[in-house]
Design a protein around this ligand. Structure first.
Ligand SMILES: Nc1nc2c(c(=O)[nH]1)N=C([C@H](O)[C@@H](O)CO)CN2
Length: 118
Protein backbone atom coordinates (compact mmCIF):
# COMPACT_ATOMS: atom_id res chain seq x y z
CA UNK A 1 0.00 0.00 0.00
CA UNK A 2 1.29 3.44 -0.84
CA UNK A 3 1.33 6.04 1.92
CA UNK A 4 1.18 9.82 2.08
CA UNK A 5 2.79 11.18 5.21
CA UNK A 6 2.60 14.55 6.89
CA UNK A 7 4.94 14.67 9.87
CA UNK A 8 5.40 17.52 12.32
CA UNK A 9 2.18 19.43 11.68
CA UNK A 10 2.25 22.18 14.30
CA UNK A 11 -1.04 23.60 15.54
CA UNK A 12 -2.79 25.02 18.57
CA UNK A 13 -6.02 23.67 19.99
CA UNK A 14 -8.00 23.60 23.20
CA UNK A 15 -7.34 20.15 24.70
CA UNK A 16 -6.81 18.70 28.13
CA UNK A 17 -8.31 16.77 30.98
CA UNK A 18 -7.89 19.56 33.51
CA UNK A 19 -9.90 22.78 33.72
CA UNK A 20 -6.75 24.95 33.49
CA UNK A 21 -5.98 23.41 30.11
CA UNK A 22 -9.34 24.38 28.68
CA UNK A 23 -8.98 28.14 29.07
CA UNK A 24 -6.69 28.67 26.08
CA UNK A 25 -5.32 26.78 23.08
CA UNK A 26 -2.07 24.88 23.56
CA UNK A 27 0.50 23.53 21.14
CA UNK A 28 0.14 20.08 19.60
CA UNK A 29 2.22 18.31 16.99
CA UNK A 30 0.60 15.80 14.68
CA UNK A 31 2.03 13.12 12.41
CA UNK A 32 -0.23 11.52 9.81
CA UNK A 33 0.54 8.39 7.80
CA UNK A 34 -2.30 7.89 5.36
CA UNK A 35 -2.76 4.77 3.23
CA UNK A 36 -3.84 5.45 -0.32
CA UNK A 37 -6.79 3.62 -1.86
CA UNK A 38 -4.81 2.97 -5.05
CA UNK A 39 -1.50 3.69 -6.76
CA UNK A 40 -3.32 5.21 -9.74
CA UNK A 41 -1.76 8.68 -9.41
CA UNK A 42 1.72 7.15 -9.82
CA UNK A 43 0.71 6.29 -13.38
CA UNK A 44 -1.75 9.04 -14.33
CA UNK A 45 0.09 11.95 -12.64
CA UNK A 46 -3.37 13.37 -11.74
CA UNK A 47 -4.14 14.94 -8.34
CA UNK A 48 -7.75 13.68 -8.56
CA UNK A 49 -6.43 10.09 -8.44
CA UNK A 50 -4.92 10.45 -4.97
CA UNK A 51 -5.61 12.10 -1.61
CA UNK A 52 -4.68 15.79 -1.77
CA UNK A 53 -2.48 16.50 1.26
CA UNK A 54 -3.29 20.24 1.06
CA UNK A 55 -6.98 19.40 1.59
CA UNK A 56 -6.04 17.06 4.42
CA UNK A 57 -4.14 19.76 6.32
CA UNK A 58 -6.86 22.37 5.76
CA UNK A 59 -9.48 19.96 7.08
CA UNK A 60 -7.31 19.11 10.07
CA UNK A 61 -6.86 22.80 10.94
CA UNK A 62 -10.65 23.28 10.83
CA UNK A 63 -11.14 20.34 13.20
CA UNK A 64 -8.55 21.70 15.63
CA UNK A 65 -10.16 25.16 15.60
CA UNK A 66 -13.76 23.99 15.96
CA UNK A 67 -13.66 20.80 18.06
CA UNK A 68 -12.33 20.47 21.57
CA UNK A 69 -11.38 17.20 23.24
CA UNK A 70 -10.30 16.21 26.74
CA UNK A 71 -7.84 13.44 25.79
CA UNK A 72 -5.28 13.06 23.03
CA UNK A 73 -6.85 9.65 22.34
CA UNK A 74 -10.21 11.24 21.49
CA UNK A 75 -8.60 13.84 19.22
CA UNK A 76 -6.57 11.14 17.43
CA UNK A 77 -9.69 8.99 17.00
CA UNK A 78 -11.65 11.87 15.50
CA UNK A 79 -8.86 12.69 13.05
CA UNK A 80 -8.57 9.01 12.04
CA UNK A 81 -12.34 8.79 11.50
CA UNK A 82 -12.35 11.84 9.22
CA UNK A 83 -9.43 10.54 7.15
CA UNK A 84 -10.98 7.08 6.70
CA UNK A 85 -14.54 8.25 6.02
CA UNK A 86 -14.23 11.66 4.35
CA UNK A 87 -10.99 11.07 2.42
CA UNK A 88 -11.48 7.38 1.59
CA UNK A 89 -8.18 6.15 3.02
CA UNK A 90 -8.12 2.39 3.81
CA UNK A 91 -5.68 2.80 6.73
CA UNK A 92 -4.31 5.63 8.82
CA UNK A 93 -1.83 6.15 11.65
CA UNK A 94 -2.36 9.29 13.71
CA UNK A 95 0.18 10.50 16.27
CA UNK A 96 -0.61 13.47 18.50
CA UNK A 97 2.06 14.97 20.77
CA UNK A 98 1.77 17.63 23.47
CA UNK A 99 5.27 19.13 23.47
CA UNK A 100 6.56 20.26 26.83
CA UNK A 101 3.51 19.23 28.87
CA UNK A 102 5.57 17.05 31.25
CA UNK A 103 8.75 18.67 32.53
CA UNK A 104 10.92 15.53 32.56
CA UNK A 105 9.65 13.98 29.33
CA UNK A 106 10.84 15.19 25.93
CA UNK A 107 7.76 14.10 23.99
CA UNK A 108 4.50 12.64 25.26
CA UNK A 109 1.63 11.64 23.04
CA UNK A 110 -0.62 9.02 21.59
CA UNK A 111 -0.38 6.99 18.41
CA UNK A 112 -3.29 5.03 16.95
CA UNK A 113 -3.81 3.00 13.78
CA UNK A 114 -7.23 2.49 12.24
CA UNK A 115 -8.49 0.68 9.14
CA UNK A 116 -6.69 -2.10 7.32
CA UNK A 117 -3.18 -1.96 5.99
CA UNK A 118 -2.89 -4.02 2.81
N1 LIG B 1 -3.41 8.84 28.14
C1 LIG B 1 -3.54 10.15 28.41
N2 LIG B 1 -3.16 10.59 29.61
C2 LIG B 1 -3.30 11.90 29.90
C3 LIG B 1 -3.84 12.79 28.98
C4 LIG B 1 -4.23 12.29 27.71
O1 LIG B 1 -4.71 13.02 26.82
N3 LIG B 1 -4.08 10.97 27.47
N4 LIG B 1 -3.94 14.13 29.31
C5 LIG B 1 -3.56 14.59 30.47
C6 LIG B 1 -3.59 16.02 30.77
O2 LIG B 1 -4.51 16.68 29.95
C7 LIG B 1 -2.14 16.50 30.58
O3 LIG B 1 -1.95 16.99 29.27
C8 LIG B 1 -1.71 17.49 31.60
O4 LIG B 1 -1.43 16.84 32.80
C9 LIG B 1 -3.02 13.72 31.53
N5 LIG B 1 -2.91 12.35 31.12
Amino acid sequence: MDIIFLHGIRARTVIGWYDWERTAPQAVEIDLDVGLPSARACVTDELRDTIDYDQLVQHLRRVLAEQHFLLLEALAEHIAHVILHDFGAPWVKVTVVKPGILTEVARVGVSIERGHRA
